[in-house]
Design a protein around this ligand. Structure first.
Ligand code: PFF
Length: 450
């Protein structure tokens, strides 16, 4: 059998995994949640969670991948036949997220094209975004382009596709986000936004701050979706796993903080310090920001840079989702990469179409008030992801035992946070994951708000 492709080394792995982690979640969701849940307080809790909880789960997933050298389903099966279903859940999550993530990726491409063509003012008008996403054809065309771009990268393989793209996109993304953040912080009134973002506010703090930070951390670090298992399976035995995970955490959290510095001060400067402008949620990126940009100097250039960096972030995340699915088809059905990629690309396009049409001609199709795209988001992120993560902890604790993972990590690392890993996996993670599951269900049924 052909030997498994690998990343060339630690840098390739870190940039590819950071590319997966850094996505739309960092850029619009993190700043919006931070603004809502007490600024600096949210930030502090988030960082603590990433360093403990996120670290432990990411170590478990990457070491599972490296140990078995297989994609999620096979990885669980090799360790215990009965538990391959955990890998199957993870792969299904990736398979279902990819289509609707691509719909949003398509919106990003449309906005980027808009800034290239100089439609700065049009994109800032009321109703532009709602009107655009309700169209039956154009959003689907952009979605198709987005998915096909991911397919082109995946077909080229781990080294020549994923690693190469990540090595180009991630440094550019970092530089562009620093440029936009500097611009935003130096706007008149921008410093007020910085203070709001960084200084802890106890008045906004509650138990929900912790739950919101937990949910965000999970999504942001691309956990429980099989991705880190898959990428771990392309990692060399001799490369330092613990250090790599630390670098992914740093990169992911760093970009989330820089994104806060891009968005919060700009919105503050635009709204004259009115923080409610930040509460637009998902609309923040497509509705509020174009208005903010249109009211500032250099709007076309800043809009262009911003949506370009968002596109890079979204593409590398979608690529990781596609790779997690393609690798399962290659390992389980022995398909070659080309065949698997073409089939997954077609499925992602077809499955994404209802999510796109759900914003327009199929908007009548709602469940619990959620449109099709939000239903997919709810099913994957609020239900399947926590369930998969919970089962992973149970698997690591009772079925395989943490020592197997510790031995794998220690093959190439000192494993300084070994004790933390054990405590989190055994006691903290299962409780926290159940908390995320319960609160996200309650909030969807309208019993509480996250
Ligand atoms: N981690 C990405 C983000 O923060 O946007 C999102 C993401 C990527 C979610 C890959 C899920 C995934 F499988």
């Amino acid at each position: 059998m052909e030997s498994r492709s690998k990343f060339t080394g630690k840098v390739g792995f870190v940039l590819a995994a950071a590319g997966s982690a850094i996505g739309l979640g960092n850029i619009w969701r993190f700043p919006y949640l931070a603004a809502k849940y007490g600024g600096g307080m949210f930030l502090l809790i988030y960082i603590l969670l990433v360093m403990s909880f996120g670290f432990a789960i990411m170590i478990a997933e990457t070491s599972l991948g490296r140990k078995t050298g297989l994609s999620p389903i096979g990885a669980y099966r090799v360790l215990n036949k009965k538990y391959s279903c955990i890998g199957a859940i993870a792969s299904i999550v990736a398979f279902l997220i990819l289509p609707y993530y691509s719909v949003i990726g398509g919106w990003v491409m449309k906005y980027l094209a808009g800034y290239v063509q100089g439609e700065t003012i049009a994109m800032a008008t009321d109703g532009y975004f709602g009107g655009y996403i309700a169209q039956p054809v154009e959003p689907i065309v952009w979605q198709v382009i987005f998915v096909v771009l991911c397919g082109v990268v995946i077909i080229r393989g781990v080294k020549d596709g994923i690693e190469k793209v990540s090595k180009i996109f991630m440094p550019i993304l970092l530089i562009l986000s620093i440029v936009v953040a500097i611009y935003s912080v130096t706007l008149p009134g921008g410093m007020e936004g910085v203070k709001y973002f960084l200084l802890p506010s106890f008045e906004h703090f509650s138990g929900m701050t912790v739950v919101a930070a937990l949910g965000q951390m999970f999504y942001s670090m691309s956990l429980a979706m099989g991705i880190m298992i898959t990428y771990g399976s392309y990692f060399h035995k001799e490369d330092d796993l613990e250090k790599s995970v630390k670098h992914i955490e740093l990169f992911d959290t760093g970009i989330a903080i820089i994104a806060g510095m891009m968005i919060i001060p700009a919105v503050f400067a635009f709204s004259g310090g009115d923080e409610t402008a930040l509460s637009a949620g998902p609309g923040l990126m497509f509705i509020t920001l174009p208005k903010v940009f249109a009211n500032m100097g250099m709007s076309r250039v800043i809009g262009l840079i911003f949506f370009l960096l968002v596109l890079f972030a979204a593409l590398t995340s979608a690529i990781s989702l596609m790779e997690a699915v393609v690798s399962v088809f290659c390992d389980e059905f022995k398909w070659d990469r080309k065949k698997a990629t073409i089939i997954v690309t077609i499925c992602a396009i077809l499955l994404g179409i209802p999510s796109s049409l759900g914003n327009g001609i199929w908007s009548g199709f709602t469940i619990l008030g959620l449109g099709i795209l939000d239903q997919m988001d709810f099913l994957t992120n609020s239900i399947l992801m926590p369930v998969g993560a919970f089962l992973t902890c149970i698997f690591v604790r009772y079925i395989i035992k943490p020592q197997v993972f510790i031995d794998e990590v220690k093959q190439s690392s000192e494993f300084k946070r070994e004790k933390l890993f054990v405590v989190v996996i055994k006691y903290i993670a299962p409780v926290c994951i159940v908390a995320i599951l319960v609160t996200s269900i309650l909030s969807t049924f309208g019993f509480m708000s996250i």
